[in-house]
Design a protein around this ligand. Structure first.
Ligand SMILES: C[S@@+](CC[C@H](N)C(=O)[O-])C[C@H]1O[C@@H](n2cnc3c(N)ncnc32)[C@H](O)[C@@H]1O
Length: 467
């Protein structure tokens, strides 16, 4: 049995705090902090989210696994300051993941991506595929605990999308999610809590935060979410000797920020933790040398247009490209010939048409919400600023994942690749060499040529390790 004790922060009145940490010591010698959130805080978030959810689902995303209002994201931001203080007193080092000298921590933009179609829908395509795979496993073996591993979780938007999607069908799981920044983990904890606390008590997950090692007792425990502050490589290194069997692996928006060697080492370690029914891997990454900066003027013209035309119909005619995950789009862009940077300054997609049409309605019916949505779009599209710190591309790390698993003797089925180069007239002739009939180039060059036709910002991989 684990021991419980309330964490007493230097005489702080715990009754007044919106969030507190409850320390648990485990027989294995490790400890964790259970996140306890004031029901009034979650109730306030719920009040904001109720009206937003109705409006958002009616106009933009009827089937989203969860929605979040801008007010709730602000509440999370302010409460996370309190949680970070508690974490700091408990020995966590609070050091946000930075991509430059920005006013707002990057992870807050990440949290808001659920409000913006083009930044969230690519995530939903692969987390939904993972959810379907896991539901099938559960149907075959109803007593099985589903084990999900996630690295680079940030605000846990992808993780929450997966867990809430599973919950819709009455399925629960164990999730171990890691991020190197305690700052990100604090936001992730609150992001999960505002959903979790409103569930019937018997359905609720226990949400633990850990620094370093995960208490062994928490692996494989159903309805348990462990948010681990640790370097992904160190965490996977420790787990490779623990005889764990993961059913799914989420690599959301992280691998492009680490080297190919890091990805190789990470996957070598994870290869030891494949479950007996295999491992479904879903990864998403931001492509390199692409920046999204949509001028306000462009937004305004589209919003006004939506008042006179059916933008969804217009955009569907204009969407020339289809992402491998089935998202039709055409991006308007310029290429800076000196730096090679691709600057996207206009988005044509069904998601954008739904957003602009909704904004058109809000402009006449609800000005304050109009402004909130415009701000959320700015915050979410600003996420591409992280391009400053990329080390590799989704195309490259995808190949590293597959090669590493195969060299470990794993039977790998690639369900989705970040780039379907055949659609652009290329064929692979040998390892990392491609031809279009006129020239033969390496993968990086081929990727660059394809990208200058269609600079798809977010690219995904779906890989099934069968055994
Ligand atoms: C772009 S954010 C992605 C967050 C999230 N998955 C999302 O919704 O986009 C990258 C995250 O990776 C984390 N990170 C960077 N290097 C890491 C490492 N070596 N180990 C674990 N996490 C890392 C950062 O702290 C940050 O929260």
């Amino acid at each position: 049995m684990e021991n419980e004790s309330y964490y007493q922060g230097e005489g702080k009145d715990l009754v007044d705090s919106k969030v507190r940490l409850e320390k648990q010591e485990f027989e294995s010698g490790y400890s964790s902090f259970v996140v306890k959130v004031d029901p009034q805080f979650t109730q306030e978030c719920y009040e904001y989210d109720k009206a937003w959810d109705q409006d958002f689902r009616k106009n933009v995303g009827p089937n989203y696994p969860y929605t979040m209002s801008p007010k709730t994201s602000q509440m999370i931001a302010s409460t996370s300051t309190e949680l970070k203080k508690e974490m700091s007193r408990s020995g966590f080092q609070i050091d946000p993941w930075k991509v430059g000298v920005d006013d707002e921590p990057y992870v807050m933009g990440v949290l808001r991506r659920v409000m913006v179609t083009d930044t969230i829908e690519p995530i939903l395509t692969y987390t939904d595929s993972i959810a379907n795979h896991l539901k099938e496993l559960k149907e075959k073996e109803p007593t099985k605990v589903l084990n999900i591993r996630s690295f680079f979780c940030g605000a846990a938007v992808a993780d929450k999308s997966l867990i809430t999607r599973l919950y819709e069908s009455g399925t629960t799981a164990n999730l171990i999610a890691t991020d190197i920044a305690a700052d990100s983990i604090a936001i992730a904890a609150l992001n999960f809590s505002v959903w979790n606390e409103l569930l019937p008590e018997s359905d609720r997950y226990e949400i633990h935060i850990v620094k370093g090692s995960v208490p062994r007792e928490l692996y494989g425990r159903d309805k348990t979410i462990v948010l681990q502050v640790e370097d992904a490589l160190r965490a996977s290194e420790e787990e490779k000797n623990l005889d764990l069997g993961y059913d799914a692996l989420v690599l959301d928006n992280g691998l492009q920020y680490v080297s190919s060697q890091f990805t190789k080492d990470l996957l070598n370690n994870v290869s030891s933790s494949v479950g007996k029914n295999g491992l479904y891997i879903g990864a998403l990454g931001l492509d390199s040398h692409i920046k999204v900066e949509i001028p306000k003027f462009y937004h305004i013209t589209q919003i006004i247009d939506s008042k006179f035309r059916d933008l969804r119909q217009e955009y569907s005619k204009k969407s020339k490209y289809e992402a491998p995950y089935g998202y039709s789009h055409t991006y308007k862009f310029n290429v800076d010939k000196n730096t090679g940077m691709i600057l996207i300054n206009g988005v044509v997609s069904d998601g954008a048409a739904r957003m602009y049409t909704w904004l058109g309605k809000l402009l006449s019916e609800n000005r304050s919400r109009f402004k909130e949505v415009m701000d959320a779009i700015k915050s979410a599209t600003d996420l591409s600023r992280a391009n400053r710190v990329v080390e590799t591309t989704p195309f490259d790390y995808h190949n590293v994942i597959v090669d590493t698993l195969q060299s470990n003797g794993r039977n790998v089925e690639v369900i989705e690749r970040p780039l379907e180069f055949e659609k652009y007239g290329w064929t692979q002739v040998e390892k990392d060499m491609y031809t279009n009939g006129k020239e033969t180039v390496d993968g990086g060059t081929m990727m660059r040529i394809c990208k200058e036709q269609d600079p798809l910002v977010l690219r995904t991989s779906k890989i099934l390790v069968k055994d």
